[in-house]
Design a protein around this ligand. Sequence first.
Ligand code: THU
Length: 144
Amino acid sequence: MSEPAANRTNPAAVDEDALVEEARAARAHAYAPYSGFPVGAAVATDAGVFRGVNVENASYPVGTCAERVAAAAAVAGGASRIDAVAVAGPSADPTRPCGACRQFLNEFGSRMLVISAGSSGERRRWSLTDLLPEAFGPDALHGS
Ligand code: THU
């Protein structure tokens, strides 16, 4: 992923149910011994689906979120854009991606679909643009 591809996303092509299932399956591998809050994520990209989990650390701030791990796996796997991300947290209320993850994801598709599934089946959907309005993104640098 050598060039920013934020404007080429295609959220409409995503199988949302399948992506949520990928996120739920990933959650089983979360490493969250400190928070006890295991999260799974899955991203749909032009190179397929990639999973992530939160990976915590004894040095607490070093840990990272499931969404960022999934996005990094996608980059390593050769993806050039992210069309959608699904999040599966442990709470009944669908987990909202943290601010750092919103910024990290914005790099790979400001219009991507964000889906979050709660443990009891409730689902929320947003466009990343709504979660991170007026974002600082690749265009700010490439347009300069
Ligand atoms: N976490 C995620 O992985 N994704 C989110 O969307 C919210 C929070 C993780 C970070 C930390 O390991 C744990 O959940 C509690 O904050």
